[in-house]
Design a protein around this ligand. Structure first.
Ligand SMILES: C[S@@+](CC[C@H](N)C(=O)[O-])C[C@H]1O[C@@H](n2cnc3c(N)ncnc32)[C@H](O)[C@@H]1O
Length: 276
């Protein structure tokens, strides 16, 4: 703490940008799934708490939402910036939830249960231990919502290059070539089924990205280009690498974000199930 101001890392600044960028999509999701008023829910992997606070608004004053995360820095930010009367943040690990059995009406988890190596920041190599924990802490009839960023079209005018970029390992990480297909996120309905949930469904939401792009949109898109494709270099032809660099370089006339008619989109897929 300096001059009464909390200091946060660069990671957090990046995270704030990407969170703001995704708010319109989660407003759409929340307007359609209708979180019940006065319900008690868990946001598992609550990050900086922006979506946790939106969930708490949905439950109304008589509801209660717990945001759980393993990052003390994110939790500290959330407590200072995304708090409300019907909301609390708890430090914990989704592999071993610090709750009694059957306490929540619903659980929501976005971009958190990535099966994969711990070195890449994944919570577990395989999802079933976590899924069983979710099942345990939900009340009978309780609802599970698991959401992931699942696709994007971000390079208008360069469909072949974008398709090639999407074949690289950085675009599909943490899922790797030869990995167990069951551990891929598009198989979440199977994870739900195997841990005992009934009535599983999936539904995909799309968010358009159109000009005029705000500064935050441009910064977020640059971060996304880097996150998705920044380490694709070794797996592409030199010509493709050069073209990609030009498209992302703010000082290049080819910078895709200076396209006055820029149109792109990204999707989130939501997987749901009900505890028996
Ligand atoms: C990609 S972020 C998503 C955060 C938030 N749900 C969102 O969409 O903005 C993944 C979050 O999961 C948290 N996380 C990773 N492993 C965890 C674990 N084992 N237990 C609890 N949280 C974990 C990270 O700290 C991070 O906040």
């Amino acid at each position: 703490m300096e001059n009464g101001q909390l200091e946060f890392s660069e990671d957090l600044a990046v995270y704030k940008m990407l969170t703001e960028f995704r708010v319109p999509l989660f407003e759409t999701v929340l307007s359609q799934i209708r979180i019940p008023k006065n319900s008690h829910g868990l946001d598992a992997g609550s990050g900086i708490g922006t979506f946790t606070r939106m969930l708490a608004e949905e439950t109304g004053e008589g509801g209660h939402v717990t945001g759980l995360d393993i990052s003390k820095e994110f939790l500290e930010y959330a407590e200072h910036n995304n708090n409300s009367e019907n909301l609390e943040y708890i430090h914990g690990d989704i592999n071993e939830l610090p709750f009694e059995d059957q306490v929540f009406d619903w659980i929501w988890s976005v971009d958190t249960i990535w099966p994969g190596p711990k070195e890449l920041g994944c919570p577990s190599e395989e999802p079933m231990g976590i899924m069983n924990e979710f099942y345990r802490v939900l009340k009978p009839g309780g609802k599970m919502y698991i959401l992931y960023w699942t696709s994007q079209k971000l390079l208008p005018g360069y469909p072949i290059l974008e398709a090639r970029l999407n074949t690289t390992s950085s675009a599909t990480a943490p899922f790797a070539e030869g990995g167990d297909p069951l551990n891929h996120i598009m198989n979440v309905r199977n994870w739900l089924k195997f841990s005992g949930f009934r009535d599983t469904i999936s539904r995909t939401f799309l968010c358009d990205i159109n000009t005029p792009l705000s500064d935050n949109d441009k910064k977020s898109l640059s971060i996304l280009f880097d996150m998705l494709w920044g380490s694709a270099e070794k797996e592409l032809e030199v010509m493709d690498v050069q073209k990609f660099k030009h498209l992302c370089d703010p000082s290049s006339p080819e910078n895709v974000l200076n396209n006055e008619g820029y149109s792109g989109f990204y999707t989130y897929t939501m997987f749901c199930g009900i505890k028996k």
